[in-house]
Design a protein. Structure first.
Ligand code: ASP
Length: 342
């Protein structure tokens, strides 16, 4: 007889874990220990569910790398005991966390599905139950007794996305996330349709390595018409700064004024990495496509290609934490490590 998959539900915080007191209207924390009693539908799923919670669940707007390490350690400690992991997380920084975990969990061969909700689990019109139930169902999917999904994903409002390709696009709609540069991995309708051709597949069968060293000595600058040299100067002069992500226009364009190019060139010479990503929600940086970005190639700017801002932040912290030498940093950054760039 086939063994039912074991799924670990990790509650980190966020709206999904809230329940409304119908008398006072106040939101209070939901007790995940009694999850199966509170959501009896879960017993219909063909898997065993265990739960673990952060000691002090957080609103995800308080997210920081220490919490990413905490999540990664829960997965590391339970990796051999479970076939899949579902992380319940606030939606505000879910794309950042999913991106970070994708880099931290090297050689991942099991599903890690982030989900959350716009309305608390106890609300009448909640989106939490569908998100939770389908995420568990997806995490339990197997093929030849092995997990079908072997990557960090995000499930929200009937769609499964590659985690490091997502962005929160709406603060109100149930469809709060989008993956503009990579197709959906699955869609939940009458049937659960998994788009197998888009799933991440690493060719090597290696053991999980959990990379916990993240370096947050980074900054991000979104350029705008009229941005002054002082803004760049003050950021480039931050003590211990190791990398700056610049959100440029369109396909990676920015001003060609001499002060800008000089500042970028000098900063790279000082050993600070500069990464060019686009402000557009979809599409890619193609440096050299227009004259305005040709100078950046000469200066040694790294192309973030079609990476999201969230994944760029996570990848930068992760690669800095790996102590990669100057030149290789650019080559590795411009390579897809976990399917984060095309
Ligand atoms: N502020 C909340 C959080 O991100 C919103 C949510 O739970 O979706 O934790």
């Amino acid at each position: 007889m086939n063994k039912k998959p074991n799924i670990l539900l990790i509650y980190t915080g966020g709206t999904i874990g809230m329940i409304r007191d119908f008398k006072t209207g106040a939101l209070k924390a939901f007790d995940f220990k009694n999850l199966l009693e509170k959501i009896p539908e879960l017993q219909l799923l063909d898997c065993n569910i265990d739960t673990v919670s952060f000691n002090e669940p957080i609103d995800s707007s308080n997210m920081k790398p220490e919490y990413w390490v905490q999540m990664a350690e829960i997965i590391e400690d339970n990796y051999t005991l479970f076939d899949g992991f579902v992380i319940l997380h606030g939606s505000d920084t879910m794309s950042y966390s999913a991106s970070a975990l994708s880099f931290m969990l090297e050689n991942l061969a099991k599903p890690v599905i982030f989900t959350g909700s716009q309305l608390p689990i106890g609300d009448l019109r909640t989106d939490a139950k569908e998100n939770l139930i389908t995420s568990i169902q997806i995490a339990s999917k197997q093929e030849n007794h092995k997990p079908l999904i072997k990557e960090v994903c995000l499930y929200f409002e009937y769609k499964l996305y590659r985690g490091n390709r997502t962005t929160k696009i709406n603060a109100e709609h149930f469809q709060a996330f989008a993956s503009l540069n990579y197709p959906d991995l699955a869609e939940s309708g009458v049937h659960l349709k998994i788009n197998k051709e888009y799933l991440f597949r690493s060719s090597l069968n290696k053991n999980l390595i959990v990379r916990k060293n993240l370096d947050s000595n980074i900054a991000i600058i979104k350029i705008f018409p009229g941005i002054s040299p002082q803004v760049f100067q003050s950021i480039f002069n931050i003590k211990n700064l190791k990398a700056v992500i610049i959100e440029t226009y369109g396909a990676g364009n920015c001003t060609t004024e001499a002060w800008f190019i000089n500042l970028i060139t000098q900063t790279i010479k000082k050993g600070i990495h500069i990464i060019n990503i686009t402000q557009c929600s979809g599409g890619s940086v193609i440096m050299g496509h227009y004259e305005t970005s040709r100078e950046l190639i000469k200066a040694g700017v790294i192309s973030g290609k079609d990476i999201t801002t969230e994944a760029a932040i996570a990848k930068t912290m992760y690669l800095l934490g790996q102590n990669i030498s100057g030149k290789s940093f650019k080559t590795i950054y411009e390579t897809s490590l976990r399917g984060e760039i095309t």
